[in-house]
Design a protein around this ligand. Structure first.
Ligand SMILES: Cc1cc2nc3c(=O)[nH]c(=O)nc-3n(C[C@H](O)[C@H](O)[C@H](O)COP(=O)(O)O)c2cc1C
Length: 323
Protein backbone atom coordinates (compact mmCIF):
# COMPACT_ATOMS: atom_id res chain seq x y z
CA UNK A 1 0.00 0.00 0.00
CA UNK A 2 1.48 3.35 -1.03
CA UNK A 3 0.76 5.93 1.67
CA UNK A 4 3.09 8.55 0.25
CA UNK A 5 1.86 12.01 -0.71
CA UNK A 6 3.30 15.19 -2.11
CA UNK A 7 2.82 18.34 -0.08
CA UNK A 8 4.30 21.57 -1.43
CA UNK A 9 6.71 19.62 -3.67
CA UNK A 10 7.95 17.61 -0.69
CA UNK A 11 7.51 13.88 -1.05
CA UNK A 12 6.23 12.61 2.30
CA UNK A 13 6.28 8.92 3.17
CA UNK A 14 2.77 9.37 4.56
CA UNK A 15 0.35 12.29 5.06
CA UNK A 16 0.80 12.68 8.84
CA UNK A 17 2.64 15.87 9.73
CA UNK A 18 3.29 16.70 13.35
CA UNK A 19 1.93 20.25 13.58
CA UNK A 20 3.78 23.11 15.19
CA UNK A 21 3.57 22.64 18.98
CA UNK A 22 5.66 21.76 22.02
CA UNK A 23 6.26 18.28 20.58
CA UNK A 24 8.48 19.79 17.89
CA UNK A 25 10.32 22.34 20.02
CA UNK A 26 13.47 20.29 20.66
CA UNK A 27 15.66 18.23 18.29
CA UNK A 28 15.22 15.02 20.32
CA UNK A 29 11.45 15.48 20.25
CA UNK A 30 11.55 15.96 16.49
CA UNK A 31 13.51 12.71 16.25
CA UNK A 32 10.89 10.96 18.39
CA UNK A 33 8.19 12.17 15.97
CA UNK A 34 10.14 10.82 12.99
CA UNK A 35 10.83 7.52 14.77
CA UNK A 36 7.11 7.20 15.50
CA UNK A 37 6.36 7.41 11.77
CA UNK A 38 5.56 11.07 11.01
CA UNK A 39 5.77 12.06 7.35
CA UNK A 40 7.12 15.52 8.23
CA UNK A 41 7.27 17.93 11.16
CA UNK A 42 6.54 21.60 11.55
CA UNK A 43 8.74 23.09 14.24
CA UNK A 44 7.31 25.00 17.18
CA UNK A 45 6.89 28.58 15.93
CA UNK A 46 9.30 31.34 16.55
CA UNK A 47 7.03 34.15 17.61
CA UNK A 48 7.22 37.70 16.35
CA UNK A 49 5.68 38.76 19.68
CA UNK A 50 8.32 36.80 21.56
CA UNK A 51 11.06 38.69 19.80
CA UNK A 52 9.37 42.03 20.06
CA UNK A 53 8.50 41.70 23.72
CA UNK A 54 12.07 40.76 24.46
CA UNK A 55 13.20 43.86 22.66
CA UNK A 56 10.45 46.02 24.11
CA UNK A 57 11.48 45.10 27.64
CA UNK A 58 15.05 46.08 26.94
CA UNK A 59 14.30 49.41 25.33
CA UNK A 60 12.26 50.58 28.34
CA UNK A 61 15.43 50.83 30.39
CA UNK A 62 16.03 54.57 30.63
CA UNK A 63 19.58 54.07 31.87
CA UNK A 64 20.97 52.73 28.63
CA UNK A 65 22.61 54.81 25.96
CA UNK A 66 20.92 54.37 22.64
CA UNK A 67 23.98 52.50 21.31
CA UNK A 68 23.87 50.10 24.23
CA UNK A 69 20.17 49.58 23.76
CA UNK A 70 20.76 48.94 20.06
CA UNK A 71 23.47 46.41 20.86
CA UNK A 72 21.39 44.62 23.46
CA UNK A 73 18.39 44.71 21.22
CA UNK A 74 20.21 43.04 18.38
CA UNK A 75 21.88 40.60 20.74
CA UNK A 76 18.44 39.61 22.06
CA UNK A 77 17.10 39.16 18.56
CA UNK A 78 20.19 37.29 17.48
CA UNK A 79 19.77 34.86 20.35
CA UNK A 80 16.18 34.11 19.53
CA UNK A 81 17.07 33.52 15.92
CA UNK A 82 20.27 31.58 16.50
CA UNK A 83 18.52 29.28 18.98
CA UNK A 84 15.86 28.62 16.40
CA UNK A 85 18.44 27.99 13.69
CA UNK A 86 20.15 25.53 16.02
CA UNK A 87 16.83 23.75 16.51
CA UNK A 88 16.38 23.49 12.76
CA UNK A 89 19.93 22.35 12.04
CA UNK A 90 20.03 19.80 14.85
CA UNK A 91 16.63 18.43 13.85
CA UNK A 92 17.70 18.15 10.22
CA UNK A 93 20.78 16.20 11.23
CA UNK A 94 18.72 13.72 13.27
CA UNK A 95 15.89 12.91 10.85
CA UNK A 96 15.43 12.23 7.16
CA UNK A 97 11.88 13.56 6.87
CA UNK A 98 11.13 17.17 5.86
CA UNK A 99 11.50 19.71 8.68
CA UNK A 100 9.48 22.88 8.28
CA UNK A 101 10.17 25.88 10.51
CA UNK A 102 7.25 28.10 11.45
CA UNK A 103 7.15 31.84 12.00
CA UNK A 104 4.25 33.35 13.87
CA UNK A 105 3.85 36.76 12.32
CA UNK A 106 1.40 39.62 12.17
CA UNK A 107 3.36 42.64 11.05
CA UNK A 108 6.19 44.04 9.06
CA UNK A 109 8.96 43.63 11.61
CA UNK A 110 12.53 42.51 11.12
CA UNK A 111 11.67 38.84 11.23
CA UNK A 112 11.50 38.48 7.44
CA UNK A 113 15.24 38.32 7.05
CA UNK A 114 15.14 35.28 9.36
CA UNK A 115 13.41 33.43 6.57
CA UNK A 116 16.53 33.59 4.41
CA UNK A 117 18.61 32.21 7.27
CA UNK A 118 16.13 29.39 7.72
CA UNK A 119 16.35 28.56 4.03
CA UNK A 120 20.17 28.53 4.20
CA UNK A 121 20.00 26.28 7.27
CA UNK A 122 18.20 23.63 5.23
CA UNK A 123 14.52 24.25 5.87
CA UNK A 124 12.42 22.10 3.54
CA UNK A 125 9.70 24.74 3.44
CA UNK A 126 8.43 27.56 5.65
CA UNK A 127 5.10 27.82 7.42
CA UNK A 128 3.76 31.23 8.33
CA UNK A 129 1.31 31.30 11.18
CA UNK A 130 -0.29 34.58 10.20
CA UNK A 131 -3.03 35.68 12.50
CA UNK A 132 -4.67 38.92 13.44
CA UNK A 133 -7.63 38.67 15.80
CA UNK A 134 -10.19 40.98 14.16
CA UNK A 135 -11.06 42.63 17.49
CA UNK A 136 -10.16 46.25 16.65
CA UNK A 137 -13.38 47.96 15.55
CA UNK A 138 -11.37 50.59 13.67
CA UNK A 139 -9.63 48.07 11.41
CA UNK A 140 -11.49 46.63 8.49
CA UNK A 141 -11.27 43.00 7.50
CA UNK A 142 -9.61 44.10 4.29
CA UNK A 143 -6.81 45.82 6.21
CA UNK A 144 -6.12 42.63 8.12
CA UNK A 145 -6.15 40.57 4.94
CA UNK A 146 -3.73 42.93 3.26
CA UNK A 147 -1.22 42.51 6.09
CA UNK A 148 -1.17 38.76 5.46
CA UNK A 149 -1.06 39.12 1.67
CA UNK A 150 1.85 41.58 1.94
CA UNK A 151 3.74 39.24 4.25
CA UNK A 152 3.32 36.37 1.79
CA UNK A 153 4.38 38.26 -1.31
CA UNK A 154 7.32 39.77 0.55
CA UNK A 155 8.53 36.38 1.79
CA UNK A 156 7.99 34.76 -1.59
CA UNK A 157 10.24 37.38 -3.16
CA UNK A 158 13.00 36.61 -0.65
CA UNK A 159 13.19 32.81 -0.51
CA UNK A 160 12.94 29.92 -2.94
CA UNK A 161 11.61 27.16 -0.68
CA UNK A 162 7.84 26.53 -0.61
CA UNK A 163 5.80 28.72 1.72
CA UNK A 164 2.60 27.70 3.48
CA UNK A 165 0.25 30.00 5.34
CA UNK A 166 -1.63 28.71 8.33
CA UNK A 167 -4.83 30.66 8.69
CA UNK A 168 -7.80 30.83 10.98
CA UNK A 169 -11.38 31.03 9.80
CA UNK A 170 -12.06 34.65 10.79
CA UNK A 171 -12.50 36.04 7.29
CA UNK A 172 -15.72 37.37 5.87
CA UNK A 173 -15.00 35.37 2.71
CA UNK A 174 -12.55 32.57 3.33
CA UNK A 175 -12.82 31.41 -0.30
CA UNK A 176 -12.00 34.76 -1.81
CA UNK A 177 -9.11 35.25 0.61
CA UNK A 178 -7.69 31.82 -0.22
CA UNK A 179 -7.94 32.69 -3.93
CA UNK A 180 -5.95 35.85 -3.24
CA UNK A 181 -3.36 33.89 -1.27
CA UNK A 182 -3.09 31.64 -4.27
CA UNK A 183 -2.50 34.58 -6.55
CA UNK A 184 0.17 35.88 -4.19
CA UNK A 185 2.11 32.68 -4.94
CA UNK A 186 1.64 30.77 -1.73
CA UNK A 187 2.44 27.06 -2.09
CA UNK A 188 0.29 25.64 0.67
CA UNK A 189 -2.55 26.58 2.99
CA UNK A 190 -3.01 25.11 6.45
CA UNK A 191 -6.68 25.14 7.46
CA UNK A 192 -7.61 26.09 10.22
CA UNK A 193 -5.39 27.02 13.11
CA UNK A 194 -6.99 26.46 16.50
CA UNK A 195 -6.22 29.46 18.63
CA UNK A 196 -5.76 29.60 22.36
CA UNK A 197 -9.19 29.81 23.92
CA UNK A 198 -10.40 31.69 26.96
CA UNK A 199 -12.98 30.92 29.57
CA UNK A 200 -14.28 32.45 32.81
CA UNK A 201 -13.87 31.32 36.39
CA UNK A 202 -17.25 32.52 37.70
CA UNK A 203 -16.36 32.01 41.39
CA UNK A 204 -13.28 34.21 41.28
CA UNK A 205 -14.42 36.43 38.39
CA UNK A 206 -11.29 35.75 36.42
CA UNK A 207 -10.37 35.00 32.85
CA UNK A 208 -8.84 31.56 32.57
CA UNK A 209 -7.54 29.37 29.76
CA UNK A 210 -10.12 27.54 27.71
CA UNK A 211 -9.53 23.99 26.48
CA UNK A 212 -5.95 23.74 25.30
CA UNK A 213 -6.45 20.62 23.23
CA UNK A 214 -8.99 20.00 20.49
CA UNK A 215 -11.76 17.43 20.45
CA UNK A 216 -12.56 15.22 17.43
CA UNK A 217 -15.84 16.96 16.54
CA UNK A 218 -13.94 20.20 15.85
CA UNK A 219 -12.69 18.73 12.61
CA UNK A 220 -16.12 18.87 10.95
CA UNK A 221 -15.84 22.59 10.31
CA UNK A 222 -12.42 22.13 8.71
CA UNK A 223 -13.70 19.25 6.60
CA UNK A 224 -16.32 21.45 4.96
CA UNK A 225 -13.79 24.09 4.02
CA UNK A 226 -11.21 21.63 2.73
CA UNK A 227 -13.94 20.13 0.51
CA UNK A 228 -14.92 23.57 -0.76
CA UNK A 229 -11.44 25.00 -1.19
CA UNK A 230 -9.32 22.11 -2.44
CA UNK A 231 -10.70 22.42 -5.98
CA UNK A 232 -10.23 26.19 -6.10
CA UNK A 233 -6.66 26.53 -4.88
CA UNK A 234 -3.60 25.75 -7.00
CA UNK A 235 -1.60 25.32 -3.82
CA UNK A 236 -1.68 22.31 -1.54
CA UNK A 237 -3.77 21.96 1.59
CA UNK A 238 -2.87 20.58 4.98
CA UNK A 239 -5.83 20.11 7.30
CA UNK A 240 -5.44 20.85 10.97
CA UNK A 241 -7.69 20.79 14.05
CA UNK A 242 -9.49 17.88 15.58
CA UNK A 243 -7.87 15.09 13.55
CA UNK A 244 -7.72 12.38 16.21
CA UNK A 245 -8.01 9.06 14.37
CA UNK A 246 -7.48 7.26 11.08
CA UNK A 247 -11.02 7.84 9.88
CA UNK A 248 -10.51 11.61 10.19
CA UNK A 249 -7.33 11.30 8.12
CA UNK A 250 -9.27 9.43 5.41
CA UNK A 251 -12.02 12.08 5.47
CA UNK A 252 -9.61 14.96 4.97
CA UNK A 253 -7.86 13.17 2.09
CA UNK A 254 -11.26 12.50 0.52
CA UNK A 255 -12.05 16.20 0.92
CA UNK A 256 -8.89 16.97 -1.06
CA UNK A 257 -6.21 17.64 1.55
CA UNK A 258 -2.65 16.68 0.58
CA UNK A 259 -1.62 16.09 4.19
CA UNK A 260 -2.94 16.48 7.73
CA UNK A 261 -1.35 18.04 10.77
CA UNK A 262 -1.66 16.54 14.25
CA UNK A 263 -1.04 18.03 17.67
CA UNK A 264 -3.76 17.46 20.30
CA UNK A 265 -4.13 13.74 19.65
CA UNK A 266 -0.39 13.29 20.14
CA UNK A 267 -0.57 15.05 23.50
CA UNK A 268 -3.59 12.97 24.51
CA UNK A 269 -2.56 9.54 23.23
CA UNK A 270 1.17 9.69 22.64
CA UNK A 271 3.19 9.51 19.43
CA UNK A 272 2.34 5.81 18.99
CA UNK A 273 -1.13 6.79 17.83
CA UNK A 274 0.37 7.72 14.44
CA UNK A 275 1.06 4.09 13.55
CA UNK A 276 -2.53 3.19 14.55
CA UNK A 277 -3.83 5.97 12.31
CA UNK A 278 -1.66 4.83 9.38
CA UNK A 279 -2.79 1.24 9.96
CA UNK A 280 -6.41 2.36 9.74
CA UNK A 281 -5.77 4.28 6.52
CA UNK A 282 -4.00 1.29 4.94
CA UNK A 283 -6.80 -1.11 5.97
CA UNK A 284 -9.47 1.25 4.67
CA UNK A 285 -7.62 1.61 1.35
CA UNK A 286 -7.34 -2.18 1.06
CA UNK A 287 -11.07 -2.58 1.74
CA UNK A 288 -11.90 -0.05 -0.97
CA UNK A 289 -9.32 -1.34 -3.48
CA UNK A 290 -7.21 1.78 -3.47
CA UNK A 291 -3.47 1.33 -3.93
CA UNK A 292 -2.36 4.88 -3.41
CA UNK A 293 -3.64 8.06 -1.82
CA UNK A 294 -3.96 9.65 -5.25
CA UNK A 295 -6.60 6.99 -6.09
CA UNK A 296 -9.10 8.58 -3.73
CA UNK A 297 -7.79 12.03 -2.82
CA UNK A 298 -10.44 14.69 -3.44
CA UNK A 299 -13.20 12.15 -4.23
CA UNK A 300 -15.49 13.99 -1.80
CA UNK A 301 -14.50 17.52 -2.67
CA UNK A 302 -17.37 19.76 -3.61
CA UNK A 303 -16.33 19.95 -7.24
CA UNK A 304 -16.59 16.21 -7.74
CA UNK A 305 -19.95 15.94 -6.04
CA UNK A 306 -23.23 15.27 -7.86
CA UNK A 307 -24.89 17.40 -5.24
CA UNK A 308 -22.58 20.40 -4.59
CA UNK A 309 -25.30 22.19 -2.63
CA UNK A 310 -24.99 19.76 0.27
CA UNK A 311 -21.54 21.17 1.06
CA UNK A 312 -23.07 24.60 1.57
CA UNK A 313 -26.11 23.67 3.60
CA UNK A 314 -25.94 25.62 6.85
CA UNK A 315 -29.49 26.06 8.12
CA UNK A 316 -31.62 23.53 9.98
CA UNK A 317 -34.66 22.74 7.85
CA UNK A 318 -35.69 19.62 9.65
CA UNK A 319 -33.84 17.99 12.47
CA UNK A 320 -33.55 14.41 13.52
CA UNK A 321 -32.41 15.39 17.02
CA UNK A 322 -34.84 13.91 19.53
CA UNK A 323 -36.13 16.39 22.11
C1 LIG B 1 0.46 23.07 23.18
C2 LIG B 1 0.26 23.59 21.79
C3 LIG B 1 1.20 24.47 21.25
C4 LIG B 1 1.01 24.98 19.96
N1 LIG B 1 1.94 25.84 19.45
C5 LIG B 1 1.78 26.28 18.16
C6 LIG B 1 2.77 27.10 17.56
O1 LIG B 1 3.80 27.44 18.15
N2 LIG B 1 2.57 27.51 16.29
C7 LIG B 1 1.47 27.15 15.56
O2 LIG B 1 1.34 27.52 14.38
N3 LIG B 1 0.51 26.36 16.11
C8 LIG B 1 0.65 25.93 17.37
N4 LIG B 1 -0.31 25.12 17.92
C9 LIG B 1 -1.49 24.78 17.12
C10 LIG B 1 -1.33 23.40 16.46
O3 LIG B 1 -0.26 23.39 15.54
C11 LIG B 1 -2.60 22.98 15.72
O4 LIG B 1 -2.81 23.78 14.57
C12 LIG B 1 -3.86 23.06 16.59
O5 LIG B 1 -3.62 22.59 17.90
C13 LIG B 1 -5.00 22.26 15.97
O6 LIG B 1 -4.63 20.93 15.72
P1 LIG B 1 -5.01 19.74 16.75
O7 LIG B 1 -6.47 19.68 16.83
O8 LIG B 1 -4.39 18.52 16.12
O9 LIG B 1 -4.38 20.09 18.05
C14 LIG B 1 -0.14 24.60 19.19
C15 LIG B 1 -1.05 23.69 19.75
C16 LIG B 1 -0.86 23.20 21.02
C17 LIG B 1 -1.87 22.22 21.58
Amino acid sequence: MDLSTVYMSMKLRNPLIVGSCGLTGKPEKVKACADAGAGAVVLKSIFEEQIESELGKMTTSGDWYPEAADYINSYGMHNAVSNYLKLLEASRSLVDIPVVPSIHCFGKGDWKKFARNLESAGASALELNAFILPSDPRRTGRENEEVILDIVSDIKSQIGIPVAVKIGSYFSSVSSFVRELDESGVDGIVLFNRFVRMNFDIENLKVINGSLLSSPDETEKVLRWVSLLSPVTQGDIASTTGIHDGSAVVKHLLAGADAVQLSSVLYKKGLGVMSEMLGFVADWMGKHNYNSIQDFQGRLSQKRSNNPAEFERVQFMKTSVKA
